[in-house]
Design a protein around this ligand. Structure first.
Ligand SMILES: Nc1ncnc2c1ncn2[C@@H]1O[C@H](COP(=O)(O)OP(=O)(O)OP(=O)(O)O)[C@@H](O)[C@H]1O
Length: 586
C-alpha cells in the first residue's frame, strides 16, 4: 500500500524533487545568475562613460562602443533571465503535478472512515490552494530569491571593488537588522496564512454542499438562508485574509524601508567623499545606480520571504494530510485464494470507529457459494453495516467475517474486493458517459458486454432511446438521469463485473414493480452458482432468496426461507402481510 512509502510527506517529496532535478535547477539558477552578472555591468559602464565624458575624451567611436556594449548587456540579460525563469516555472509545475498526484494516491489508500471526518471542501482546498502556494514559492519565489540574492551580493562586490569599500560597508549597516525581522515576523505570517486557508476550506465546504443540494435549496425556496450562511463565511475569510495582508504588507515594507535608510546614508556619505575628492564623480554616479538597482531586489526579497512563510504554512497543512495512515491495509502475509463466494459471519459485535453504541450484535449466518441471501429490516437496523464488513469498507473484528472459510482480514484486499461486486445505496455515478459508468467495473469491457449488462439491468431500452445512446453524458453524479435509471446503471455496472459475490444494497428501491421483477429474473439467471446478497425494503425483491435475514436494531431476529419465516409468524410474516395489504390497496 502507498501509505507505507516514507516519501509520502510533502517535505520529503520536496527534498527528493529538488535533489532529482538538481542539474535542471543548477542550470536555470545559473542562467539567472549570469543574467544578473551581465546586468550589473550596466552601472559600471555608465560610470566609465561619465568619467570619459568628464575627461573630454568623448568621441563618436566611444559613444558607439558604449551604446553597443549596453545593447549586448540588454539582449543577454533578457535571453538568460528569460530562460532561467521559464525553466524554473516548468519545474515548479512538475512539482505541483507530482504533489497533487501523490495526494490523490494517498487519499485513495485511506478508508471510508477518514472521509467521514474530513469534508470535501477542505480536501479540495488542500489539493488546490495549498499545493499552488507551495508551487508559487518554488518557481516564482526561487527565481526572485536567486535574482535578489545575486544582485545584492554582486552589487556589494562591485561597489566594494570599483567604488569604495568604506562607503559600501557604511551604507549596509541598516541591512544587518534584516534577519531579525524575518525571525520575528515569519511565524506571524505563517499563522495568519494557516488561519486564512482554514477559512477558505470552510467556504469551499459550504459551496460544495450548497451546490450539491441546489435542487433542495430551490425547491424549498431557501436561497436566502444559503446566501446568508455563505456571506458569514466569506466575512470570516475576508477578516483573516486582511490579517495576512496586513502582516505581509508591514513585513514587505520593512525591507525597502531599511534599503531607503541605506540609500540616504550612501548619498550623504558618498556625496561627502566625492566633494572631498576621495572618490571620482563617475564612481559616485555608478554607486547611486548600484543602490537604485538593489532597492528592487530588496523589495522582492520581502515578497519572497513572505511567500516562503505562506508556503511553509501550506506545507505544514499538507503534512497533516499525508501523515494520516490507512487503517484498513493488506495483511502482512495474505492468504492466496481463488474466491468461490461462500460467506460466513459470526459477529459478536461491531461498533463504528466513531460510534457510541454497537451497530451490530450477535449476528451469525452462513451462505454456501452460489446461494442468495436476502436482508430486510427497518431503517437503521444495520443492513448496510453488515454488508460493508464483507469488502472491508469498515473492518470487522478479527475472526468474525469469513469468505470461503478465510477471515477477510487475512486475504489480500485487492483479491477480496475484486471478488465482490457492490452496488451501494446511492449507486454512485461519475460525471461521464453511460458507457464509462457501466464499464467502470471491468477494464477493456467490449461494447457487447456493456450492452448485455444494460439489458440484464432492464436499462438498455431507455439507453437506446437517448440520442447519444451509450455515449450520453450523465451530468455530475448522474443528475440528468432519473433515480431508477441511476440505480439500473449501477446494477449494470455490477452485472458486468460478474464477481463471485454480488451485493445489492437497496438498489431496486427506485424502480417500479415490473422492472423489479425483470431485474430479479435476470439476477436469478445470471447469478446461478454465484453468491448474491440483496438488501431490500420491498419484500418481493428477496422472496426467492435461499435464506432471509431479518435484522432489527443491530441484531438478527429471524432467519430462514420465505416460507419458513411465514410459517414462523414473526416480524417477517407481519411485514409481508403489511406490504401485501398496501399493494392490494394500491
Ligand atoms: N459510518 C458510520 N459511522 C457511525 N455510525 C454509523 C455509520 N453508518 C451507519 N451508522 C449507524 O449504524 C446504524 C446502522 O446503520 P445502517 O446504515 O447499517 O442501517 P440500515 O439498516 O442499512 O438502514 P437503511 O435501511 O436506512 O439504509 C445506524 O444507527 C447508523 O446511524
Amino acid at each position: 500500500m502507498r501509505g507505507e512509502d516514507t516519501i509520502e510527506n510533502p517535505k520529503h517529496l520536496l527534498r527528493n524533487f529538488l535533489s532529482s532535478r538538481k542539474w535542471a535547477y543548477a542550470l536555470s539558477l545559473l542562467s539567472i545568475v549570469i543574467s544578473e552578472f551581465v546586468m550589473v555591468q550596466f552601472p559600471n559602464l555608465l560610470g566609465n562613460f561619465t568619467n570619459t565624458l568628464q575627461t573630454h575624451h568623448l568621441s563618436r567611436a566611444v559613444v558607439l562602443h558604449y551604446s553597443f556594449l549596453l545593447l549586448v548587456v540588454g539582449v543577454l540579460y533578457v535571453l538568460l533571465y528569460g530562460f532561467g525563469q521559464l525553466r524554473n516555472g516548468q519545474l515548479g509545475r512538475q512539482f505541483e503535478y507530482e504533489l497533487r498526484r501523490r495526494l490523490f494516491e494517498h487519499w485513495e489508500s485511506l478508508s471510508t472512515a477518514y472521509f467521514r471526518k474530513r469534508s470535501i471542501g477542505d480536501l479540495l482546498n488542500h489539493a488546490l490552494n495549498d499545493v499552488r502556494t507551495v508551487r508559487e514559492a518554488l518557481s516564482g519565489g526561487l527565481n526572485i530569491l536567486t535574482n535578489a540574492l545575486f544582485l545584492l551580493t554582486a552589487t556589494l562586490i562591485m561597489t566594494f571593488r570599483t567604488v569604495s569599500p568604506k562607503l559600501t560597508l557604511v551604507s549596509m549597516i541598516p541591512l544587518v537588522f534584516l534577519p531579525l525581522f524575518v525571525i520575528w515576523w515569519g511565524p506571524r505570517i505563517r499563522n495568519a496564512s494557516r488561519r486564512a486557508q482554514e477559512a477558505l476550506s470552510d467556504m469551499a465546504d459550504l459551496t460544495e454542499e450548497s451546490i450539491s443540494a441546489i435542487r433542495l435549496v430551490k425547491a424549498t425556496a431557501n436561497e436566502h438562508i444559503e446566501a446568508h450562511r455563505f456571506e458569514r463565511r466569506v466575512d470570516v475569510i475576508v477578516r483573516r485574509q486582511m490579517s495576512v495582508f496586513r502582516q505581509s504588507a508591514m513585513f514587505q515594507s520593512i525591507i525597502p524601508f531599511l534599503g531607503s535608510i541605506s540609500f540616504s546614508i550612501a548619498l550623504l556619505y558618498g556625496g561627502y567623499l566625492t566633494i572631498t575628492g576621495q572618490i571620482h564623480l563617475g564612481g559616485f554616479v555608478a554607486f547611486t545606480l548600484y543602490l537604485a538597482m538593489i532597492i528592487q531586489p530588496l523589495q522582492q526579497m520581502g515578497f519572497v520571504f513572505n511567500q516562503f512563510q505562506r508556503a511553509s504554512a501550506s506545507l505544514a497543512r499538507l503534512e497533516v494530510l499525508f501523515s494520516e495512515m490507512p487503517d484498513i491495509t493488506n495483511p502482512e502475509n495474505p492468504v492466496e485464494v481463488d474466491i468461490q463466494g461462500a460467506v460466513t459471519v459470526s459477529l459478536p459485535k461491531f461498533r463504528y470507529p466513531d460510534g457510541d453504541r454497537d451497530a451490530l450484535a450477535n449476528v451469525s449466518f452462513t451462505a454456501a457459494a452460489g446461494e442468495t441471501i436476502g436482508i430486510v429490516g427497518r431503517t437503521g437496523a444495520g443492513k448496510t453495516t453488515l454488508v460493508n464488513l464483507l469488502p472491508r469498507i469498515f473492518d470487522p473484528p478479527a475472526g468474525s467475517v469469513f469468505v470461503d472459510g478465510h477471515d477477510v482480514r487475512t486475504l489480500r484486499l485487492e483479491t477480496l474486493r475484486e471478488a465482490i461486486a457492490y452496488v451501494p445505496q446511492d449507486g454512485f455515478l461519475f460525471s461521464t458517459t453511460i458507457r464509462e459508468n457501466i464499464g467502470f467495473s471491468k477494464e477493456n469491457a467490449t461494447e457487447e458486454e456493456i450492452i448485455r449488462a444494460a439489458q440484464s439491468a432492464s436499462f438498455w431500452n431507455e439507453i437506446e432511446e437517448f440520442p447519444e445512446g451509450l455515449d450520453t453524458v450523465v451530468g455530475e453524479r448522474g443528475v440528468s438521469l432519473s433515480g431508477g435509471q441511476k440505480q439500473r446503471a449501477a446494477i449494470a455496472r455490477a452485472f458486468l463485473k460478474d464477481a463471485p459475490i454480488l451485493i445489492l444494497d437497496d438498489s431496486l428501491s427506485a424502480v417500479d414493480m415490473n422492472t423489479e421483477k425483470r431485474i430479479i429474473a435476470a439476477i436469478r439467471e445470471l447469478r446461478q452458482g454465484k453468491t448474491t446478497i440483496i438488501i431490500a425494503h420491498r419484500l418481493s425483491a428477496i422472496r426467492h432468496a435461499d435464506q432471509i435475514l431479518v435484522l432489527d436494531d443491530g441484531t438478527l431476529l429471524e432467519q430462514g426461507t420465505h416460507e419458513e419465516l411465514l410459517a414462523h409468524s414473526g416480524i417477517y410474516a407481519s411485514m409481508v402481510a403489511l406490504q401485501e395489504g398496501e399493494e392490494a390497496l394500491a
